[in-house]
Design a protein around this ligand. Structure first.
Ligand code: CTP
Length: 399
Protein backbone atom coordinates (compact mmCIF):
# COMPACT_ATOMS: atom_id res chain seq x y z
CA UNK A 1 0.00 0.00 0.00
CA UNK A 2 1.46 3.34 -1.01
CA UNK A 3 1.83 5.74 1.91
CA UNK A 4 0.76 8.67 -0.28
CA UNK A 5 -2.44 7.09 -1.65
CA UNK A 6 -5.29 9.63 -1.36
CA UNK A 7 -3.20 11.97 0.75
CA UNK A 8 -3.86 15.69 0.24
CA UNK A 9 -0.61 17.46 -0.54
CA UNK A 10 -0.63 21.24 -0.71
CA UNK A 11 2.39 22.12 -2.83
CA UNK A 12 3.64 25.67 -2.38
CA UNK A 13 5.90 26.89 -5.18
CA UNK A 14 8.02 29.97 -4.52
CA UNK A 15 10.08 32.08 -6.92
CA UNK A 16 13.36 30.37 -7.66
CA UNK A 17 14.72 28.78 -10.82
CA UNK A 18 14.09 25.29 -9.38
CA UNK A 19 10.36 26.08 -9.82
CA UNK A 20 10.80 24.58 -13.29
CA UNK A 21 10.84 21.18 -11.58
CA UNK A 22 7.46 21.77 -9.90
CA UNK A 23 5.33 20.26 -12.71
CA UNK A 24 7.44 17.08 -12.61
CA UNK A 25 7.08 16.97 -8.83
CA UNK A 26 3.29 17.27 -9.13
CA UNK A 27 3.25 14.38 -11.60
CA UNK A 28 5.41 12.19 -9.39
CA UNK A 29 3.26 12.92 -6.33
CA UNK A 30 0.15 12.02 -8.32
CA UNK A 31 1.82 8.84 -9.63
CA UNK A 32 2.27 7.89 -5.97
CA UNK A 33 -1.48 8.31 -5.44
CA UNK A 34 -1.54 11.77 -3.83
CA UNK A 35 -4.14 14.44 -4.53
CA UNK A 36 -2.18 17.65 -5.18
CA UNK A 37 -3.25 21.30 -5.06
CA UNK A 38 -0.75 23.98 -5.97
CA UNK A 39 -0.36 27.42 -4.41
CA UNK A 40 1.90 29.70 -6.41
CA UNK A 41 3.55 32.88 -5.16
CA UNK A 42 3.66 35.86 -7.53
CA UNK A 43 7.41 35.43 -7.93
CA UNK A 44 7.01 31.73 -8.76
CA UNK A 45 4.59 32.62 -11.55
CA UNK A 46 7.53 34.32 -13.27
CA UNK A 47 9.24 30.90 -13.53
CA UNK A 48 6.39 28.45 -14.13
CA UNK A 49 2.90 29.15 -15.41
CA UNK A 50 -0.31 28.49 -13.46
CA UNK A 51 -1.69 26.84 -16.59
CA UNK A 52 1.07 24.19 -16.60
CA UNK A 53 0.55 23.39 -12.95
CA UNK A 54 -3.22 23.29 -13.42
CA UNK A 55 -2.81 20.84 -16.28
CA UNK A 56 -0.53 18.46 -14.36
CA UNK A 57 -2.40 18.67 -11.04
CA UNK A 58 -5.85 18.48 -12.62
CA UNK A 59 -6.92 21.22 -10.18
CA UNK A 60 -7.19 25.00 -10.29
CA UNK A 61 -4.01 26.71 -9.12
CA UNK A 62 -4.33 29.10 -6.18
CA UNK A 63 -2.52 32.43 -6.20
CA UNK A 64 -4.43 35.35 -4.70
CA UNK A 65 -5.05 35.92 -1.01
CA UNK A 66 -7.29 38.96 -0.96
CA UNK A 67 -9.62 38.16 -3.83
CA UNK A 68 -13.36 37.74 -3.43
CA UNK A 69 -13.40 35.18 -6.24
CA UNK A 70 -10.63 33.06 -4.73
CA UNK A 71 -12.03 33.18 -1.20
CA UNK A 72 -15.50 32.23 -2.43
CA UNK A 73 -13.96 29.13 -4.08
CA UNK A 74 -11.38 27.48 -1.86
CA UNK A 75 -9.97 30.17 0.42
CA UNK A 76 -6.85 30.01 2.51
CA UNK A 77 -8.63 28.50 5.52
CA UNK A 78 -10.19 25.71 3.44
CA UNK A 79 -6.89 25.00 1.74
CA UNK A 80 -5.14 24.91 5.11
CA UNK A 81 -7.72 22.45 6.44
CA UNK A 82 -7.70 20.35 3.26
CA UNK A 83 -3.95 19.65 3.45
CA UNK A 84 -2.55 16.50 5.08
CA UNK A 85 0.94 17.86 4.36
CA UNK A 86 2.19 21.20 3.08
CA UNK A 87 5.35 20.98 1.00
CA UNK A 88 7.10 24.15 -0.16
CA UNK A 89 9.28 23.21 -3.14
CA UNK A 90 11.29 25.10 -4.06
CA UNK A 91 11.56 27.18 -0.89
CA UNK A 92 13.57 30.37 -1.54
CA UNK A 93 15.72 32.17 1.04
CA UNK A 94 13.10 34.92 1.05
CA UNK A 95 10.21 32.56 1.73
CA UNK A 96 12.18 30.83 4.49
CA UNK A 97 12.72 34.25 6.09
CA UNK A 98 9.02 35.09 5.88
CA UNK A 99 8.06 31.70 7.27
CA UNK A 100 10.56 31.94 10.12
CA UNK A 101 9.15 35.33 11.12
CA UNK A 102 5.49 34.37 11.01
CA UNK A 103 4.40 36.45 8.02
CA UNK A 104 0.98 35.79 6.52
CA UNK A 105 0.98 38.39 3.79
CA UNK A 106 0.31 36.21 0.77
CA UNK A 107 -1.80 33.13 0.16
CA UNK A 108 0.98 30.59 0.70
CA UNK A 109 2.29 32.18 3.89
CA UNK A 110 -1.31 32.49 5.17
CA UNK A 111 -1.97 28.78 4.43
CA UNK A 112 1.21 27.82 6.33
CA UNK A 113 0.06 29.93 9.32
CA UNK A 114 -3.50 28.60 9.28
CA UNK A 115 -2.79 24.88 8.81
CA UNK A 116 -2.26 22.29 11.50
CA UNK A 117 -0.79 19.86 8.95
CA UNK A 118 2.94 19.08 9.00
CA UNK A 119 4.96 21.57 7.00
CA UNK A 120 8.02 20.64 4.94
CA UNK A 121 10.35 22.82 2.89
CA UNK A 122 12.74 21.89 0.10
CA UNK A 123 15.18 24.80 0.03
CA UNK A 124 16.69 25.80 -3.32
CA UNK A 125 19.04 28.70 -3.75
CA UNK A 126 22.53 29.79 -4.71
CA UNK A 127 25.22 28.29 -2.44
CA UNK A 128 26.18 31.73 -1.09
CA UNK A 129 22.60 32.49 -0.12
CA UNK A 130 22.29 29.13 1.59
CA UNK A 131 25.46 29.63 3.64
CA UNK A 132 24.50 33.19 4.55
CA UNK A 133 24.20 33.75 8.30
CA UNK A 134 20.62 35.05 8.10
CA UNK A 135 19.48 32.03 6.06
CA UNK A 136 21.11 29.66 8.53
CA UNK A 137 19.54 31.55 11.45
CA UNK A 138 16.10 31.28 9.80
CA UNK A 139 16.73 27.60 9.13
CA UNK A 140 17.42 26.96 12.83
CA UNK A 141 14.23 28.82 13.73
CA UNK A 142 12.22 26.73 11.26
CA UNK A 143 13.68 23.49 12.62
CA UNK A 144 12.79 24.70 16.15
CA UNK A 145 9.25 25.33 14.89
CA UNK A 146 9.08 21.64 13.76
CA UNK A 147 9.28 22.43 10.05
CA UNK A 148 10.75 19.44 8.18
CA UNK A 149 13.66 20.39 5.96
CA UNK A 150 14.20 18.23 2.86
CA UNK A 151 17.71 18.82 1.50
CA UNK A 152 19.17 20.82 -0.06
CA UNK A 153 21.61 18.74 -2.09
CA UNK A 154 24.97 19.90 -3.24
CA UNK A 155 26.11 19.93 -6.83
CA UNK A 156 26.22 22.20 -9.86
CA UNK A 157 23.73 25.04 -9.75
CA UNK A 158 21.78 27.03 -12.35
CA UNK A 159 23.90 30.10 -11.48
CA UNK A 160 27.06 28.23 -12.51
CA UNK A 161 28.37 27.71 -8.97
CA UNK A 162 28.95 24.35 -7.37
CA UNK A 163 27.88 23.90 -3.77
CA UNK A 164 25.02 23.31 -1.39
CA UNK A 165 21.62 24.69 -2.32
CA UNK A 166 20.18 22.47 -5.08
CA UNK A 167 16.63 21.33 -4.61
CA UNK A 168 16.28 17.58 -4.08
CA UNK A 169 15.02 15.68 -7.13
CA UNK A 170 11.25 15.16 -7.43
CA UNK A 171 11.46 11.41 -6.70
CA UNK A 172 13.45 12.04 -3.53
CA UNK A 173 10.88 14.57 -2.38
CA UNK A 174 8.09 12.08 -3.03
CA UNK A 175 9.90 9.48 -0.92
CA UNK A 176 10.43 11.96 1.91
CA UNK A 177 6.75 13.00 1.77
CA UNK A 178 5.73 9.32 1.96
CA UNK A 179 7.99 8.88 4.98
CA UNK A 180 6.03 11.66 6.77
CA UNK A 181 2.99 9.39 6.85
CA UNK A 182 4.58 6.88 9.18
CA UNK A 183 5.41 4.29 6.63
CA UNK A 184 8.54 4.98 4.59
CA UNK A 185 8.54 3.58 1.07
CA UNK A 186 10.48 0.51 2.32
CA UNK A 187 8.90 0.16 5.77
CA UNK A 188 8.85 -3.46 6.89
CA UNK A 189 11.29 -4.51 4.15
CA UNK A 190 14.74 -6.03 4.65
CA UNK A 191 17.49 -4.65 2.47
CA UNK A 192 21.05 -5.96 2.10
CA UNK A 193 23.67 -3.70 0.53
CA UNK A 194 27.26 -4.64 -0.34
CA UNK A 195 29.83 -1.86 -0.54
CA UNK A 196 33.47 -1.03 -1.01
CA UNK A 197 36.33 -2.97 -2.55
CA UNK A 198 37.53 -6.44 -1.65
CA UNK A 199 41.17 -7.10 -0.82
CA UNK A 200 42.68 -10.30 -2.14
CA UNK A 201 45.82 -11.25 -0.27
CA UNK A 202 49.04 -12.07 -2.10
CA UNK A 203 51.01 -12.55 1.10
CA UNK A 204 50.58 -11.36 4.72
CA UNK A 205 51.45 -7.74 3.81
CA UNK A 206 50.29 -7.30 0.21
CA UNK A 207 46.99 -7.52 -1.52
CA UNK A 208 45.18 -6.80 -4.79
CA UNK A 209 42.49 -4.18 -4.29
CA UNK A 210 40.68 -1.48 -6.22
CA UNK A 211 39.74 2.18 -5.93
CA UNK A 212 36.18 1.80 -4.69
CA UNK A 213 35.60 4.20 -1.76
CA UNK A 214 32.35 2.57 -0.61
CA UNK A 215 30.56 5.93 -0.61
CA UNK A 216 27.80 4.93 -3.02
CA UNK A 217 26.97 1.76 -1.08
CA UNK A 218 27.01 3.56 2.27
CA UNK A 219 24.71 6.26 0.85
CA UNK A 220 22.32 3.58 -0.43
CA UNK A 221 22.28 1.82 2.95
CA UNK A 222 21.50 5.17 4.60
CA UNK A 223 18.77 6.01 2.08
CA UNK A 224 17.16 2.57 2.53
CA UNK A 225 17.20 3.10 6.29
CA UNK A 226 15.60 6.55 5.87
CA UNK A 227 12.91 4.89 3.76
CA UNK A 228 12.07 2.66 6.74
CA UNK A 229 13.88 -0.57 5.78
CA UNK A 230 15.83 -2.83 8.12
CA UNK A 231 19.27 -2.66 6.54
CA UNK A 232 22.37 -4.87 6.60
CA UNK A 233 25.51 -3.41 5.05
CA UNK A 234 28.22 -5.89 4.10
CA UNK A 235 31.32 -3.82 3.52
CA UNK A 236 34.84 -4.35 2.30
CA UNK A 237 37.69 -2.27 3.78
CA UNK A 238 36.80 1.45 3.56
CA UNK A 239 37.45 4.58 5.61
CA UNK A 240 33.85 5.62 6.26
CA UNK A 241 31.76 6.04 9.42
CA UNK A 242 28.94 3.50 9.92
CA UNK A 243 25.58 4.81 8.68
CA UNK A 244 23.23 5.24 11.63
CA UNK A 245 20.64 2.56 12.33
CA UNK A 246 22.26 0.06 9.95
CA UNK A 247 23.74 -3.35 10.87
CA UNK A 248 27.29 -3.34 9.51
CA UNK A 249 29.27 -6.50 8.72
CA UNK A 250 32.91 -5.98 7.83
CA UNK A 251 34.67 -8.35 5.46
CA UNK A 252 37.95 -8.30 3.54
CA UNK A 253 37.96 -10.71 0.64
CA UNK A 254 35.43 -11.65 -2.04
CA UNK A 255 34.98 -15.10 -0.47
CA UNK A 256 34.18 -13.56 2.91
CA UNK A 257 31.80 -11.10 1.26
CA UNK A 258 30.05 -13.92 -0.57
CA UNK A 259 29.42 -15.86 2.67
CA UNK A 260 28.16 -12.76 4.50
CA UNK A 261 25.89 -11.69 1.64
CA UNK A 262 24.42 -15.13 1.01
CA UNK A 263 23.50 -15.59 4.65
CA UNK A 264 22.08 -12.03 4.92
CA UNK A 265 19.92 -12.26 1.78
CA UNK A 266 18.21 -15.48 2.90
CA UNK A 267 15.45 -13.37 4.46
CA UNK A 268 15.88 -10.14 2.46
CA UNK A 269 13.44 -8.41 0.10
CA UNK A 270 16.11 -6.42 -1.73
CA UNK A 271 19.80 -6.91 -2.49
CA UNK A 272 21.82 -4.01 -3.86
CA UNK A 273 25.31 -5.08 -4.94
CA UNK A 274 27.44 -1.94 -5.11
CA UNK A 275 30.66 -3.60 -3.98
CA UNK A 276 33.52 -3.61 -6.45
CA UNK A 277 34.21 -7.30 -5.88
CA UNK A 278 37.59 -8.45 -7.16
CA UNK A 279 36.98 -10.74 -10.11
CA UNK A 280 40.17 -12.73 -9.39
CA UNK A 281 42.21 -13.69 -6.34
CA UNK A 282 45.72 -15.12 -5.94
CA UNK A 283 45.46 -18.89 -6.35
CA UNK A 284 47.83 -19.61 -3.48
CA UNK A 285 48.52 -16.67 -1.13
CA UNK A 286 52.01 -17.00 0.35
CA UNK A 287 52.13 -17.74 4.07
CA UNK A 288 55.18 -15.50 4.48
CA UNK A 289 56.20 -12.15 3.07
CA UNK A 290 57.51 -12.66 -0.47
CA UNK A 291 61.17 -11.54 -0.76
CA UNK A 292 62.49 -9.64 -3.77
CA UNK A 293 65.01 -12.30 -4.68
CA UNK A 294 63.82 -12.71 -8.27
CA UNK A 295 63.88 -10.40 -11.31
CA UNK A 296 60.29 -11.12 -12.18
CA UNK A 297 57.36 -12.39 -10.22
CA UNK A 298 54.09 -13.81 -11.46
CA UNK A 299 51.09 -14.35 -9.28
CA UNK A 300 48.56 -16.83 -10.56
CA UNK A 301 45.00 -15.55 -10.23
CA UNK A 302 41.82 -17.59 -10.18
CA UNK A 303 38.23 -16.47 -10.65
CA UNK A 304 36.20 -15.36 -7.70
CA UNK A 305 32.53 -16.32 -7.50
CA UNK A 306 30.13 -13.69 -8.88
CA UNK A 307 28.13 -12.80 -5.78
CA UNK A 308 25.45 -10.89 -7.66
CA UNK A 309 24.75 -13.78 -10.04
CA UNK A 310 24.59 -16.20 -7.13
CA UNK A 311 22.02 -14.02 -5.35
CA UNK A 312 19.95 -13.66 -8.54
CA UNK A 313 20.03 -17.46 -9.03
CA UNK A 314 18.63 -18.23 -5.58
CA UNK A 315 15.31 -20.01 -5.58
CA UNK A 316 13.87 -17.48 -3.15
CA UNK A 317 15.59 -14.46 -4.56
CA UNK A 318 15.29 -10.87 -3.37
CA UNK A 319 14.68 -7.98 -5.76
CA UNK A 320 18.21 -7.95 -7.12
CA UNK A 321 20.01 -4.75 -8.11
CA UNK A 322 23.49 -4.60 -9.60
CA UNK A 323 25.90 -1.87 -10.55
CA UNK A 324 27.89 -1.64 -13.74
CA UNK A 325 30.95 0.57 -13.64
CA UNK A 326 32.36 0.89 -17.13
CA UNK A 327 34.85 3.09 -18.96
CA UNK A 328 33.17 2.70 -22.38
CA UNK A 329 30.02 1.42 -24.08
CA UNK A 330 28.35 1.86 -20.69
CA UNK A 331 24.74 1.18 -21.62
CA UNK A 332 25.44 -1.77 -23.90
CA UNK A 333 27.60 -3.53 -21.29
CA UNK A 334 25.11 -2.71 -18.55
CA UNK A 335 22.17 -4.16 -20.46
CA UNK A 336 24.18 -7.29 -21.16
CA UNK A 337 24.93 -7.63 -17.42
CA UNK A 338 21.25 -7.08 -16.61
CA UNK A 339 20.31 -9.96 -18.92
CA UNK A 340 23.24 -12.30 -18.21
CA UNK A 341 22.95 -12.01 -14.44
CA UNK A 342 19.09 -12.02 -14.58
CA UNK A 343 18.80 -8.83 -12.52
CA UNK A 344 15.70 -6.80 -11.72
CA UNK A 345 17.55 -3.50 -12.09
CA UNK A 346 21.05 -2.32 -12.89
CA UNK A 347 22.59 1.09 -12.21
CA UNK A 348 25.18 1.96 -14.83
CA UNK A 349 27.85 4.60 -14.52
CA UNK A 350 30.93 5.78 -16.29
CA UNK A 351 34.11 5.55 -14.27
CA UNK A 352 37.17 7.66 -14.87
CA UNK A 353 37.52 11.41 -15.71
CA UNK A 354 36.29 12.66 -12.33
CA UNK A 355 33.26 10.38 -12.23
CA UNK A 356 32.48 7.21 -10.32
CA UNK A 357 35.10 5.97 -7.88
CA UNK A 358 36.52 8.21 -5.15
CA UNK A 359 34.25 11.16 -6.01
CA UNK A 360 31.32 12.76 -4.20
CA UNK A 361 29.27 13.17 -7.35
CA UNK A 362 28.06 10.59 -9.78
CA UNK A 363 25.52 10.16 -12.58
CA UNK A 364 23.59 6.93 -13.16
CA UNK A 365 21.41 5.31 -15.76
CA UNK A 366 18.95 2.82 -14.32
CA UNK A 367 18.06 -0.05 -16.63
CA UNK A 368 15.50 -2.78 -16.14
CA UNK A 369 13.98 -5.33 -18.49
CA UNK A 370 12.04 -3.14 -20.93
CA UNK A 371 13.01 0.33 -19.74
CA UNK A 372 15.55 2.83 -18.50
CA UNK A 373 15.82 6.16 -16.68
CA UNK A 374 18.58 8.74 -16.28
CA UNK A 375 19.57 10.10 -12.89
CA UNK A 376 21.50 13.29 -13.68
CA UNK A 377 24.81 14.11 -12.01
CA UNK A 378 24.23 14.74 -8.31
CA UNK A 379 25.72 13.89 -4.94
CA UNK A 380 25.87 10.19 -4.10
CA UNK A 381 23.40 10.83 -1.24
CA UNK A 382 20.87 12.33 -3.66
CA UNK A 383 21.35 9.53 -6.21
CA UNK A 384 21.00 6.93 -3.48
CA UNK A 385 17.64 8.36 -2.40
CA UNK A 386 16.42 8.46 -6.00
CA UNK A 387 17.57 4.87 -6.57
CA UNK A 388 15.85 3.67 -3.39
CA UNK A 389 12.65 5.47 -4.45
CA UNK A 390 12.78 3.70 -7.82
CA UNK A 391 13.42 0.31 -6.19
CA UNK A 392 10.52 0.87 -3.79
CA UNK A 393 8.19 1.76 -6.65
CA UNK A 394 9.15 -1.35 -8.64
CA UNK A 395 8.84 -3.54 -5.57
CA UNK A 396 5.36 -2.20 -4.80
CA UNK A 397 4.35 -2.63 -8.44
CA UNK A 398 5.46 -6.27 -8.26
CA UNK A 399 3.30 -6.72 -5.16
N1 CTP B 1 29.85 -8.43 -8.74
C1 CTP B 1 29.74 -9.45 -7.80
N2 CTP B 1 30.69 -10.39 -7.70
C2 CTP B 1 31.78 -10.36 -8.50
C3 CTP B 1 31.92 -9.32 -9.44
C4 CTP B 1 30.93 -8.38 -9.54
O1 CTP B 1 28.73 -9.49 -7.08
N3 CTP B 1 32.71 -11.29 -8.35
C5 CTP B 1 28.77 -7.45 -8.88
C6 CTP B 1 29.11 -6.05 -8.43
O2 CTP B 1 28.78 -5.85 -7.08
C7 CTP B 1 28.27 -5.19 -9.35
C8 CTP B 1 28.14 -6.01 -10.59
O3 CTP B 1 28.48 -7.35 -10.23
O4 CTP B 1 26.96 -5.01 -8.84
C9 CTP B 1 28.95 -5.61 -11.76
O5 CTP B 1 30.30 -5.54 -11.46
P1 CTP B 1 31.35 -5.16 -12.59
O6 CTP B 1 32.72 -5.24 -12.00
O7 CTP B 1 30.94 -3.91 -13.29
O8 CTP B 1 31.13 -6.29 -13.65
P2 CTP B 1 31.61 -7.75 -13.75
O9 CTP B 1 30.44 -8.63 -13.64
O10 CTP B 1 32.75 -8.02 -12.84
O11 CTP B 1 32.09 -7.80 -15.27
P3 CTP B 1 33.37 -7.13 -15.94
O12 CTP B 1 34.41 -6.94 -14.85
O13 CTP B 1 33.77 -8.12 -16.98
O14 CTP B 1 32.92 -5.82 -16.54
Amino acid sequence: MNALANKHILLGVTGGIAAYKAPELVRRLRDAGADVRVVLTDAAAAFVTPLTLQAVSGRPVHQALLSAEAESGMGHIELARWADLILIAPATADFMARLAHGFADDLLAACCRASRAPLAIAPAMNAGMWENAATQRNLRQLVDDAVRVFGPASGSQACGEVGEGRMLEPLELVALCAAQFGAGALAGRRVVVSAGPTFEDIDPVRFIGNRSSGRMGYAIAQAAREAGAEVTLVTGPVALADPSGVAVQRVRSALQMRDAVLSAVATADVYVGTAAVADYRPAAPAGRKIKKDRDALSVELIRNPDILSEVAALQRRPFTVGFAAETDDVLAYARRKLDDKRLDLIAANTVGAGLGFETDDNALTLLWPGGQRELARASKAALARALIAEIAERLHARG
